[in-house]
Design a protein around this ligand. Structure first.
Ligand SMILES: [Zn+2]
Length: 132
């Protein structure tokens, strides 16, 4: 499944970042930008994220998804337009075929919200020590 693999890659990316931090922070929210044209269903992504982060360092973290529209650029008209996915992939003005996609294909982590626990808090919370 598309979203499952994508979520795996996403979690690995966050984990790399997380492991590189001097103190492993508690991640509260992962902000993601998903293009309309990536064929990713936000709802499926949310679900996959919830399932795959159970009992991991991301347990309880929220996935915030911002969708970007498909935007193409017509060189003949020197103008941007928003093609209708599945219906029309040409410039509405001159009917030139869509060649230059400006946005709508991205899938990236925008930012990660987290808090760093103090040493005392870590010691008093054994759950924090069990992270693999
Ligand atoms: Zn055009």
């Amino acid at each position: 499944m598309h979203e499952t693999d994508m979520t795996k890659a996403l979690i690995l990316t966050v984990k790399d970042w997380w492991e590189a931090q001097p103190e492993q922070p508690k991640v509260s929210r992962v902000h993601l930008t998903v293009g309309k044209c990536t064929c990713v269903e936000p709802v499926s992504l949310q679900f996959a994220f919830e399932v795959q982060t159970r009992n991991t360092f991301l347990e309880g973290a929220e996935l915030a998804i911002a969708e970007t529209l498909l935007i193409a650029f017509c060189h003949r008209c020197q103008a941007e337009y928003a093609p209708e996915i599945g219906l029309q992939y040409a410039c509405p003005q001159c009917q030139s075929p869509m060649e230059d996609i400006r946005s709508g294909r991205e899938l990236k982590i925008d930012r990660i919200e987290y808090s760093v626990a103090t040493a005392d808090a870590v010691n008093s919370d054994p759950a924090n020590a069990a992270i693999a």
